[in-house]
Design a protein around this ligand. Structure first.
Ligand code: SAM
Length: 288
């Protein structure tokens, strides 16, 4: 393993600070700085960036981000035991690492973003999806970040990047596809982590669309919730729970009543959301 900085190896950091991994905090640490550098490089050029990191832990990814030239890293860590280790990284890169001891779910990065920003994290698996949904739901849009580079369990990564027709396609893929483009950059084997998780992980790279198709996010979520809540049923059945005539809704959106949720494109769901709004406000009349 080549050194990326003059700091001690992560194994020594973990030992000297007593950072035995806690399952309750989703702690699976990456000790290979070549691998953390690969994740950091996936985010693109970092020189002008403020990078927000969730869960720096012993600091493997944080060190890679700083070594690769990130202008400023803001890292939110819930585990108080990690703070002393992270302070050593901060001392090595004066003025470039800000450590926040706190809960990322309760931390709004947007007000701290000055200039160009991105988010890079090896996420704790138990809060990965709510964090992603929160970032994709940011208002106003386009958001404060230029990209998200995030480690998820492979199964979650597949749900994020899924396209219509796939078993993984669902509410998460529609929200992601509406607001962004997403790809799986590479997989990471369980053996790369300490302790190893049960399943393979994937690094996902997400770039926000500057102008997503116009629709109200909450309505889009209502429609996808109804459609995928009964994903094996035809839409004329599953959309009944919305409380409007499903046939009128589908006709207004230009979608066949016999289609199932997993066949409908992001554009189709946007059309459904807009038709739902129009029907409720009486702005369309559909002949049946
Ligand atoms: N970034 C480190 C690495 O790659 O080795 C650690 C990644 S580990 C998968 C997840 C980290 O998130 C842990 O350090 C854990 O303590 C932290 N964490 C868990 N829940 C958190 C929360 N709600 N807010 C902030 N950090 C959290």
């Amino acid at each position: 393993m080549s050194a990326i900085d003059d700091l001690p190896p992560l194994r020594d950091v973990i030992r000297s600070h007593g950072l035995s991994a806690l399952k309750s905090l989703g702690q699976n640490f990456l000790l290979d700085l070549n691998l953390t550098s690969r994740i950091a490089r996936t985010a693109g050029t970092l020189e002008e960036m403020t990078v927000f990191e969730v869960g720096p832990g012993p600091g493997g990814l944080t060190r890679a981000l700083l070594a690769l030239g990130a202008k400023h890293v803001v890292a939110v860590e819930r585990d108080a035991r990690c703070i002393a280790a992270l302070n050593e990284v901060a001392a090595h890169y004066p003025g470039r690492l800000e450590i926040i001891e706190g809960d990322a779910l309760a931390t709004d990065f947007a007000p701290r973003a000055a200039g160009r920003s991105c988010i890079v994290a090896n996420l704790p698996y138990n809060i990965g999806t709510p964090l992603l949904v929160g970032w994709l739901s940011a208002e106003p849009w386009p958001p404060f970040y230029e990209s998200l580079t995030l480690m998820f369990q492979r199964e979650v990564a597949e749900r994020i990047v899924a396209t219509p027709g796939s078993d993984h396609y669902g509410r998460l893929a529609v929200l992601t596809g509406w607001r962004a483009t997403a790809r799986i950059a590479f997989d990471v084997a369980p053996s790369a982590f300490v302790p190893p998780p049960k399943v393979t992980s994937s690094v996902v790279h997400i770039v926000p669309r500057t102008v997503p198709l116009p629709c109200d996010r909450r309505i889009l979520e209502r429609v996808t919730e109804a459609a995928f809540g009964q994903r094996r049923k035809m839409l004329r059945q599953s959309l009944k729970s919305l409380g409007v005539d499903p046939l009128a809704l589908l006709e207004a959106a230009g979608i066949e009543p016999t289609e199932r949720a997993e066949q409908v494109s992001v554009e189709g769901f946007v059309a459904l959301a807009n038709a739902f709004t129009a029907l409720r406000t009486g702005k369309v009349s559909v002949s049946l």
